[in-house]
Design a protein around this ligand. Sequence first.
Ligand code: ATP
Ligand code: MG
Length: 266
Amino acid sequence: MSAPKIRLDSVSKSFGGSVVAVEKLSLDIRDGEFLAIVGPSGCGKTTVLNMLAGLEPATSGTMALNGKPIEGPGAERGVMFQDYALFPWRTVRGNVEFGLVYGPAENGLSPAERTERVERTIEMVGLKGSQDKYPHQLSGGMRQRVALARLMASEPEILLMDEPLAALDAQTRVILQDELLRIWGQDRPASERRTVVFITHAIDEAVFLADRVAVLSSHPGRLKQIVDIDLPRPRGDATRRSGDFARLCQSIWELIREEAYRATMN
Ligand SMILES: Nc1ncnc2c1ncn2[C@@H]1O[C@H](COP(=O)(O)OP(=O)(O)OP(=O)(O)O)[C@@H](O)[C@H]1O
Ligand SMILES: [Mg+2]
C-alpha cells in the first residue's frame, strides 16, 4: 500500500496541563480518501482539525503530511472552521474571492477566470443574489454557505472541514452533500480525488459521504474505532434509502450512544 497522505502517530494535546483534549491518537489518512470523524461534543474533533491545519501544535506525538512534519498551515490544506470565520468587512463575493486570491488556486487563473469561478461557486451553494451582502445581513445557514464557497472556490488538495453543513436546513444539506462528493471527485478515478477530513455530529452524513468513519470517544478524546464504509460509489439518493446505509448508521450509533448520553449530562 502507498504511504499515507497524513499520518498521526500517538498525538496528544492538552490545554494548560490539565485538560487532555486528545490522547494518543494514531491515524493514517490515505491520499484521495474521504475520512469522516464523529464523536460526542467535546471529544476533541476540532482540536484534531486545528492540529492538522497546523494552527495548534501537538503536545506530544508526531503529525506528518506527505512524510514531512506538519509545522504550520500550508496552501495545500484548505480549512473550513466550525464558526465560519468570515470577514465581516467583506461582502459574500469578497469572502469567496479571498480564498482564490490567497489560496492555492491563485496561480494560473486570469481575472476573468477568477470572476467566473467565484460566481459559479456562489451559485453552487445557493447564494446567487446575495453576492453584495455582508455577513451580518445573512442568516447562520447562509454564512455557512459562504464559508463553504470560500473553501471550495480555492479547490485545495486537502479539505479540512469542521461541521461544515451543521447549520443548514435538511434540503440544502442533502444538495450540498452531493455537491461535496462531486468536488471531492467521486466520479473520477480514486487517484484523482482530493483528500477530505470531515467532522460532523451527524452519523448519517458521515456514512453517506465517507470511505471510513473514525469514531472518537471523549474525556480524553481517543480513537474508539474506524468503520469502513463500503457503500458503492457514486452515491446518491438510492444510497440514502438502502438497507446497508441504515445498518451502517445503526452500528456507528451503537458505538457512540453511551457517550452521547453521557455528554448531555455534563
Ligand atoms: N483553547 C482551549 N483551551 C482550553 N481547553 C480547550 C481549548 N480548546 C478546546 N479545549 C477543550 O478540549 C476539549 C475538546 O474540545 P474540542 O473543541 O476539540 O471538541 P469538539 O469535539 O470539537 O466539540 P464540539 O463537537 O462541541 O465542537 C474540550 O474539553 C474543550 O473544552
Ligand atoms: Mg468542535
